[in-house]
Design a binder for this molecule. Structure first.
Ligand SMILES: [Fe+2]
Ligand SMILES: [Fe+2]
Length: 198
């Protein structure tokens, strides 16, 4: 039995003779203001998410510093605690530039990553280099989460024309990347080898 097939309609969408450009799709709302668009609202929500993440990280890093075996890793955590406070201050500047109140919205990802860091501390013995190898793993997962977040938010800000905001987010992004490199150096230079010999 033959099946019925719909005849294809040929598209003849090309219009000729019109010099008027078709209206460009933008993320602006009916009011025409970018600030009222859903995309902008989403952007603000994600800034609140990373704000929550940074505020919790700044409290967790001293715990990781205390748990570290090697003074080098402890110093790296101490340095990044101060830098994380700067990231919080920078986000507050971002909210001010966008005329938004700086408020935090729970970040499930950071909550999970910090829970994992706690688990690593519980599962490893203090005074060992395996502890440090584990702490570096936990910290690098956090850094990569931050790098992904700031990278995306910076591009959002650029696309929305918030050049000043994009620049601030870019500064934090570069600092997160540098932290990730410093942690890799710790593990490559001495931690992993010492951990393997325990
Ligand atoms: Fe950060
Ligand atoms: Fe960080």
């Amino acid at each position: 039995m033959a099946t019925t097939t719909k005849s294809k309609t040929t598209s003849s969408a090309k219009t000729t003779g019109s010099t008027k450009a078709a209206p460009k799709k933008s993320s602006k709302s009916a009011s025409g203001k970018m600030e009222d668009s859903e995309f902008h609202e989403f952007f603000i929500d994600e800034l609140k998410d990373i704000y929550w993440a940074e505020k919790h990280l700044v409290k967790a890093l001293p715990k990781m510093q205390k748990a570290a075996t090697s003074p080098e890793l402890a110093a790296a955590f101490e340095k990044h605690t101060q830098e994380t406070q700067t990231h919080i201050d920078t986000l507050e500047q971002v909210f001010a530039l966008l005329d938004e109140k700086a408020s935090a919205k729970k970040c499930d990802a950071m909550e999970g990553l910090l829970e994992e860091a706690n688990g690593i501390i519980e599962d490893t013995d203090s005074g060992t280099m395996v502890r440090d190898a584990g702490l570096i793993l936990a910290a690098q997962k956090v850094e990569h989460y931050e790098i992904a977040t700031y990278g995306t938010l910076k591009v959002f800000a650029e696309n929305m024309g918030h050049t000043d905001v994009a620049e601030l987010l870019g500064q934090t992004l570069e600092n997160e990347k540098a932290t990730d490199v410093a942690l890799t150096e710790c593990s490559v230079n001495f931690v992993n080898q010492a951990a393997a010999q325990e």
